[in-house]
Design a protein around this ligand. Sequence first.
Ligand code: NDP
Length: 248
Amino acid sequence: MSTAHLTGRRALVTGGSRGIGAEIVRRLAADGAAVAFTYSASGTNAENLVAEVTANGAKVVAIHADAADPAQNEAAVEQAVAELGGLDIVVNNAAVAHMAPIGEYPPQQFDRLVAINIGGMFWTTRSAIKHLPDGARIINIGSINADRVPGPGVSVYAMTKGAVASFTRGLARELGPRGITVNNVQPGPIDTDANPDEGDFAESLKQVTAQGRYGHTNDVASFVSFLAGPESRYITGANLNVDGGFTV
Ligand code: NDP
């Protein structure tokens, strides 16, 4: 169901060129928001998404920004504010994964995961705070792996997503008096480039969900749109699973 419950709202989605982020861009725009999104490597996807969403009559802006770089995160926030005329919703979605046993974990991958998954969220949020009005929304995309890790090799990725959960709680406490909600959406296995339904780990992941299957990007995007809207006003500091029963 699409409603116009975000009409007049302005949103920034990090990592919006593909996967869950792209679906969040589509959904927020369909629900009435003007949307800016960042991308890094997937310029063609970003262009195509802008064309698609614009053709549906919404305002959408693609911003090239590497989430690993503090200055580029800050510049992306400033550009979003300038192009949209303000900012009411921030969705920290950009993240990367690298799976390896801890004794063999490449140091550069550790740095990359920390810089993008934690640093990108921190710098984007820090830059956005001064622009956000009372009642704004911050929605972080964490992972069910913060709560449950059903196999080896996931420790560093899970650690970064644990940081997303903790950051969410702390920030919710800090911004509560202003009515700004901060929530952490924790997807289970969702069919994207990062975790394809037909990938190496797919069967084992399906077996640990109660529903025995992957979710779709829209399962996450529709929930993010609800959290971005006015009716979620009393939900904050929460780690909210969209996981087909991964933790049951
Ligand atoms: P994808 O790999 O499919 O897409 C990742 C997105 O993040 C792309 O748009 C990519 O843009 C962007 N991105 C990656 N690195 C950077 C960077 N350095 N700077 C800017 N943008 C960047 O991932 P998903 O859609 O699957 O994941 C989205 C979110 O959901 C992540 O936070 C992930 O951890 C989380 N998640 C996903 C699950 C799943 O099963 N799919 C499960 C649990 C959590 P570009 O290509 O342009 O660089």
